[in-house]
Design a protein around this ligand. Structure first.
Ligand code: NI
Length: 169
């Protein structure tokens, strides 16, 4: 396992539409291990592969409910159902120092492959639902900020630009 460098907002890999994982081989399994290590170290509750510079449809999540680890691997995930509303503060490891509330769905159902290559259907409410939406957004090149209205989005990106000027990025 190895810690990987998390790429930050502004790096073009974060705007890429990521490509499907074709085969779950040793390299992919090592990548998954590295992603978990990097996410726990950050610390964060989710990490998409393009956040460490690899443009593949792969994300890891662990919301650590009640302080207990419960790692989730999403390979080629597809959101198949969204319900309800949430408006809560969100952040992103690729946009350090910035939190903002965005609209999300309170419930999400995701179909994906797990690390063994088996199809899985996962459902999440609340924080887990937001994590599913946040990470699958990364895989299509979107940040949580992009889920805000145009006016709010412009304001948020302005704040991020100002933050970048005074902090190492
Ligand atoms: Ni993020």
């Amino acid at each position: 396992m190895a810690l990987r460098k998390i790429v930050k907002h502004g790096d073009p890999v974060l705007r890429r539409k990521c490509l499907a994982v074709k085969q779950i081989d040793k390299e992919i399994l090592r990548l998954i291990d590295d992603m978990f290590e990097t996410m726990y170290d950050a610390p964060g509750i989710g990490l998409a592969a393009n956040q460490i510079g690899v443009p593949l449809r792969l994300a890891v999540i662990d919301i650590q409910e009640n302080g207990k680890k419960s790692p989730i691997v999403l390979i080629n995930p597809k959101v198949v159902e969204l319900k309800g509303r949430l408006f809560e503060e969100e952040g992103c490891l690729s946009i350090p120092g910035f939190l903002a509330p965005v609209k999300r769905y309170a419930f999400a159902k995701v179909e994906a492959l797990n690390e063994k290559g088996f199809p899985v259907t996962l459902t999440g409410e609340g924080l887990l639902s937001r994590a599913f939406q946040h990470e699958t957004d990364h895989l299509i090149g979107k940040f949580f900020v992009d889920r805000a209205s145009l006016l709010k989005r412009l304001r948020m990106y302005g704040a991020i630009r100002r933050y970048k000027k005074t902090h190492p990025w």
